[in-house]
Design a protein around this ligand. Structure first.
Ligand code: KG4
Ligand code: ZN
Length: 355
């Protein structure tokens, strides 16, 4: 039995969680997340300095809360796991410094975790997946296909060369005057819309491989919106719904086709799993379930799919089981690709480095 505290502070969520390993299964004893949405709302994106300060203020509070909710004391833990990158460096540093302090004070081992590995290993915590499996990470900051062969063995099959899909949804909402975060508001509007009225591009489908691009979609949306405004002097509710439906269909189509290609590259995959906030999108889920065919499609519950510290504690458990941990030389890394062999993806959007 192993019990780990996990700490997450790489973007705009301050998280602490306690996860226990019993046999081969993980149990989430607590999972506390303090968001910062309202702190950044006026700026149209995450402001790194504000994020770092908020993490520094909140980290010890969420750690205390996570321990209390789990009814566990520091002395009951076996190790401290912390996100050591990739992400906004001020936030990552705050978490790493706290974890080091706790490790020194308690004598517990320190386990540095790659945030993306946290996402990618979540379906093992929630659904007990066995290796190898295919993972699609789709959030406001990440978009990549990973073949997962072990807790530290990832092959990137493709990823976005510019924006992440969540970022695209957020920009779409902004352009149409809908509230943030954009994904849920665009999805809600799209329900009443005709996805065929506006012809949006399906970026990179004409090129082989699994890379993706979403930045051109917002330009197409802006043109379509401006066209309607020029013609009628404004947007009706129906115009907005049709624009949202077309935009969402373009993202779902693109991700579905690239997923089909990624699955073809992993014929031995035991499952096709998704993680990240965009995985909440019902249209996308439906499309991906179809593409998966006979391969089981796995989408962890949303609170473990979006940024959280339970996934960091779990990834820490996985590393510790391999006999791997760190010492006080652990450094915070703004960029940290999971697949060291893959060429770097260009682009880093408003939510920081995509590694
Ligand atoms: O994983 P997440 O909570 O945070 C990171 O980006 O790390 O993902 C947030 C993103 C936002 O961009 C949000 O607009 C998007 O996920 N999102 C959605 C939906 N719910 C959240 N996108 C599309 N459809 C949704 N239902
Ligand atoms: Zn994330």
């Amino acid at each position: 039995m192993l019990t780990l505290l996990g700490i997450e502070s790489s973007c705009d969520d301050t998280g602490a969680a306690v996860v226990r390993l019993k046999g081969d299964a993980g149990e989430v004893l607590s999972n506390v997340v303090a968001g910062q949405t309202e702190l950044h709302a006026a700026f149209g994106g995450v402001v790194p300095e504000i994020a770092a300060r908020a993490h520094a203020e909140k980290l010890d509070i969420v750690v205390e809360e996570a321990l209390a909710q789990a009814n566990v004391r520091l002395g009951d833990l076996d190790a401290i796991a912390v996100t050591a990158g990739p992400g906004l460096i001020g936030g990552v540093l705050s978490g790493v410094m706290l974890a080091k302090g706790l490790s020194v004070a308690t004598g517990l081992p320190l386990v540095g975790v790659n945030h993306l590995a946290g996402h990618a290993l979540t379906p093992r915590l929630t659904d007990g997946l066995t290796f190898p499996y295919l993972m699609l990470l789709v959030s406001g900051g990440h978009c990549q296909f990973l073949r997962v062969d072990g807790p530290e063995d990832f092959t990137r099959l493709g990823g976005t060369i510019d924006d992440a899909p969540g970022e695209a949804f957020d920009k779409c909402a902004k352009l149409l005057g809908l509230p943030q975060p954009g994904g849920p508001s665009v999805e809600a509007e799209a329900k009443a819309g005709d996805p065929k009225r506006f012809a949006f591009p399906r970026p990179l489908l004409d090129r082989p491989g699994c890379d993706l691009s979403f930045s051109g979609l917002k330009t197409a949306l802006m043109r379509a919106r401006d066209g309607v405004v020029a013609e009628k002097g404004g947007l009706t509710r129906q115009d907005r719904a049709d624009l949202c439906a077309g935009f969402q269909a373009a993202i779902a189509d693109t991700l579905a086709e690239k997923s089909r290609r990624a699955l073809a590259l992993c014929p031995d995959a035991t499952a096709f799993a998704v993680a990240g906030g965009v995985a909440a999108n019902a249209t996308l889920r439906e499309r991906l379930t179809k593409v998966a065919g006979n391969t089981p499609f796995v989408a962890p519950p949303l609170r473990l799919c979006t940024d959280n510290a339970a996934m960091i504690a779990w990834a820490g458990i996985e590393r510790l089981r391999l006999g791997h941990h760190d010492d006080l030389t652990l450094s915070a890394r703004p960029r940290w690709p999971l697949d060291q062999k893959a060429a770097p993806l260009i682009g880093s959007g408003k939510r920081g480095a995509k590694a």
